[in-house]
Ligand binder design. Sequence first.
Ligand code: TXA
Ligand code: MG
Length: 308
Amino acid sequence: MAKIVEASQENITKAGRVITSGGVVVFPTETVYGLAASAFDDDAVRSIFELKGRPSDNPLIVHIADMQDLEKVVSHVPVWVRSLMEKFWPGPISFVLSKHPNISKVATANLSTVSVRMPKHEIAISLIRASGVPLVAPSANISGRPSPTNAHSVTEDFQDSNITILDGGDCEVGIESTVLLCEENKGIIVRPGIITKEMLQEYSEVQILEGWGDKISKPLSPGTKYKHYAPQASVFLVSRFPVLQDSNTLWCEFESKRNDVVSLQEKNVYEIFRQADRDGVREIYILDNPKIQSQKALYNRIQKASEK
Ligand code: TXA
Ligand code: MG
C-alpha cells in the first residue's frame, strides 16, 4: 500500500535518500503530483515506466531546483529560451531542448531532446535539493488515468506498491505544465497549460506557435498520441445536456452557476473525474460552449478524456 507521509524536513531527507539509492518517491508540485526518480539512473527510470504502465516511447520531464542544474540536463539553451525561463520559472512550463548525454536515454525515450522544468513548490524544490540530482517525474497516476492533484488520489492508483507520498495538500494549478518545444528561431506549444501562447509571446522575440491537437504534434511530442486523463466513466462534450439526469450521470460546465451542474475549472477537473468514479457515475456530460473552448488547456484535457 502506498504510504502518505507529512512533508517534514526529516521525511524529505529520507525521501532524498530513497532516490539516491535508486528508488522512487511521489511528491507534490504546483501542477499535479509527480512520481520521481533520478534522471541519471536508467534502472530507476525504467521502474517508473513499469509502475505507471507507461509506453516506453513517451518521454519524461526532468525537474530542477536551481538554474545551475540546467547545464546538467540540457546541452544548449537559445537566448530567447533563457529569457522565458527567467520570466516563468519556477512555474508550470517545461522547455524541450537538446539533451545532455548524462540524462537517461530511458527517460527521453531515445530522443535527442529532453523536457526540463523548475516547479514552483517548496516541497518539490526541497526534495530535488535533498536528492542532489535532477528528477524525472511524470504525473503520479497509472497511464491514461486523470492526474492526481492530492495525496489520497495517488494511493488509489498505486494500492499494491509501497511507495512513499510526500503530502502537500491540493495542487494549486490542477493540470500539467505547458510543454514548449524550443527551436533556434521558434517555439511550438505541444501541450497547452495555464501559461499560454499570448503570455509567452509577450516576452519572446521569436514566434510562438500552437502545435497540439493537429497532425504535427504527434511526431513532435510522443505523449500526445495516447489516450489520457480519462476516468472510468465515459466523458461526453455536448452542446446541450440530455433530458434525464440520474445518479449514473454527472453534468458539468465551465464556471457553472446552476445548482444541478458541477462547476468545472483547471484546478478541479481531475478530482471531479476521480470523484465521479468513486461515486459510480457512468457518464459525464460537459457543456461545450465558447467559454470552455477559450480555456485551451482545460479544453484539451477534456477532449483527450472524451476520446474513444
Ligand atoms: O506538470 C507537469 O508537467 C507534471 C509535473 C509532475 O511536473 N508532469 C507531467 O509529466 O505532466 P508527464 O510525463 O505526465 O507528461 C510529459 C509530457 C508528455 O506529453 C511527453 O510526451 C512530453 O511531456 N515530453 C517529454 N519529453 C519530451 C520531448 N523530448 N519532446 C517532446 N515532448 C516531450
Ligand atoms: Mg501524465
